[in-house]
Design a binder for this molecule. Structure first.
Ligand code: SAH
Length: 226
């Protein structure tokens, strides 16, 4: 007989009414969040809330990740750039959503994290579950120029401006989802689309993310929007 323990942690039954994409719901049901948090926090892994992952950083709230990922409308095999790998949980979701039969999930995902310790933990957790994304330690605001263009990008840390290098590395027709806002009380998710080279912006509502830390963004020459 099925018990409550057999239910996936996410999405909970009747929760996340805004997350209507069945593939997004299935991806969250498939990825075990507990594998991406420290042992002492495992009993909170099923909470739909951010949790500490060390070094002052957090694993994002699953609901917020679901809304951002849904907005990207990812297709199998799409080349995706993720900035702020953190725990690797979202990397696993992206890998699942874009998986291609016969290839290791994540082969088309490129993820950048600035803190080496988190990047190493994420790599171990992802590999243990069979995901094979490309991971890099560095400043994600610079993107991953050798692998550009990317058809989709997701940034998991907030900045006051859209980093210009990311915009340049976004393919024509590509989508980027990111939290934008100078201070933590005043951030919102933007969905950008590159249409004939121009930036279309759709605002998806308020959020709270840790800051995107990048010396590049001190220079207005590296801001993409007006
Ligand atoms: N999606 C991740 C979110 C982690 S929090 C998860 O759910 O686990 C955001 C992450 O962005 C942190 O790990 C932080 O170290 C990282 N970060 C901040 N600025 C960055 C930058 N310039 N380049 C790459 N990563 C950055």
């Amino acid at each position: 007989m099925k018990s409550a323990a057999d239910e996936p942690s996410f999405p909970k039954r009747d929760s996340w009414p805004e997350v209507v994409d069945p593939q997004v719901r299935a991806a969250f049901a498939a990825v075990p969040r507990a594998a991406f948090v420290a042992a002492e926090l495992r009993n909170h892994a099923a909470d739909d809330a951010p949790l500490p992952i060390g070094q002052g950083q957090t694993i994002s709230q699953p609901y917020v990740v679901a809304l951002m990922v849904q907005a990207l409308a990812l297709q199998s095999g799409e080349k995706v750039l993720e900035i702020g790998t953190g725990s690797g949980y979202e990397t696993a979701i992206l890998s699942t959503l874009t998986a291609v039969a016969g290839r290791p999930p994540g082969h088309n995902i490129y993820a950048v994290e600035r803190l080496p310790r988190l990047a190493q933990q994420a790599e171990a957790a992802l590999h243990a579950l069979g995901y094979a994304p490309h991971l890099r330690i560095g400043d994600g605001a610079a993107g991953w120029p050798e692998e550009a263009p990317f058809s989709a990008m997701i940034v998991s840390a907030a900045a006051a401006h859209v980093p210009h290098p990311l915009w340049v590395q976004l393919a024509e027709g590509g989508r980027m989802v990111l939290p934008v806002g100078a201070d933590v009380e005043n951030q919102e998710i933007w969905l950008l689309r590159k249409q004939a080279g121009a930036m279309q912006i759709k605002r998806l509502g308020g959020v709270r993310f840790v800051p995107l830390i990048s010396p590049l963004l001190d220079d207005p020459g590296n801001w993409a929007e007006g």
